[in-house]
Design a protein around this ligand. Structure first.
Ligand SMILES: [Fe+2]
Length: 270
């Protein structure tokens, strides 16, 4: 693995497609303004940033870092959430203890909303006996390696997310880097609209495309599996990265803390 040095940070690439690990920064220590700007540069270049602490990530340091990186999302209280930390979205595998069993499909956080989430910041709080993993995949790489005829077909498609939300383009540009991105979502099960004709695709046609994209995301050696350890902190650029929470079969407690920053309105591919 390549080891690079930014001004103050020592970093190491995770794999050829995605991600960088910062080797000399404890995410449980207060991260100053200058260091946060360096982290932003890494996020825009590598889209997934990992850090490790020797101790579990404290709620207040995760929220403070989130505020350094953008305007945090705040969540309405549901049973099991933290009343003192409305910025923390608690994901668990136990019903009634936060948001249960979220994320078991390829998705980017907040992708259903017309105004997107930019960064998701994750830490693990409870690891089940059979371990906890999240898969991450680079959506620019996912688009680039599609066959040309499929790329052309996808360019005019929008995913139909039901009455509450506007349709979302299946291919769009990263608002910061202008990279072409594939948008992947379980919401695509609801079907696609072909914007060149203005017509909805048939149920079978939509299912076929949804399956093609889902299979594409699982192509071997194209994604990164993060095996969680206490003290890990992962920052994902939701524009450029999709993730998938690996299901657990042990039925022992799994708790993940997610914070997020507010992003831009969705832009159409041009
Ligand atoms: Fe998620």
């Amino acid at each position: 693995m390549e080891i690079l040095h930014t001004n103050d940070l020592k970093v190491q690439t995770i794999n050829s497609n995605l991600g960088i690990a910062i080797l000399n920064l404890d995410p449980n220590r207060n991260i100053d303004h200058q260091t946060a700007r360096e982290i932003e540069i890494l996020i825009n270049r590598y889209h997934l940033v990992l850090m490790k602490s020797d101790t579990p990530i404290k709620k207040e340091t995760q929220v403070d870092l989130t505020k350094r990186l953008g305007e945090p999302w705040r969540y309405d209280y549901v049973p099991g959430q933290y009343r003192d930390y409305p910025e923390i979205f608690k994901v668990t595998n136990q019903k009634g203890d936060g948001f249960a069993n979220a994320g078991q499909a390829w998705h980017s956080d907040g992708s259903i909303y017309n105004k997107r989430m930019h960064l998701s910041i994750f830490s693990i709080d409870k690891i089940p006996v059979d371990g906890a993993s999240t898969y991450f995949s680079n959506l620019n790489y996912a688009y680039d390696r599609l066959p040309e005829n499929i790329k052309q077909k996808l360019l005019t498609l929008e995913g139909n997310f039901g009455k509450m939300y506007r349709p979302h383009p299946v291919v769009w540009k990263h608002p910061i880097t202008q990279m072409d991105l594939l948008h992947i979502s379980e919401g695509f099960k609801d079907g696609f609209i072909d914007t060149s004709s203005g017509h909805a695709l048939s149920f079978d046609e939509s299912q076929e495309i949804h399956k093609l994209l889902n299979d594409h995301m699982w192509e071997e050696n194209t994604y990164y599996e993060h095996k969680w350890k206490l003290g890990d902190l992962v920052i994902a650029d939701n524009y450029a990265v999709a993730h998938f929470a690996k299901p657990n079969y042990s039925n022992t407690l799994r708790v993940l803390h997610r914070t997020a920053t507010k992003g831009e309105k969705r832009a159409k591919h041009s």
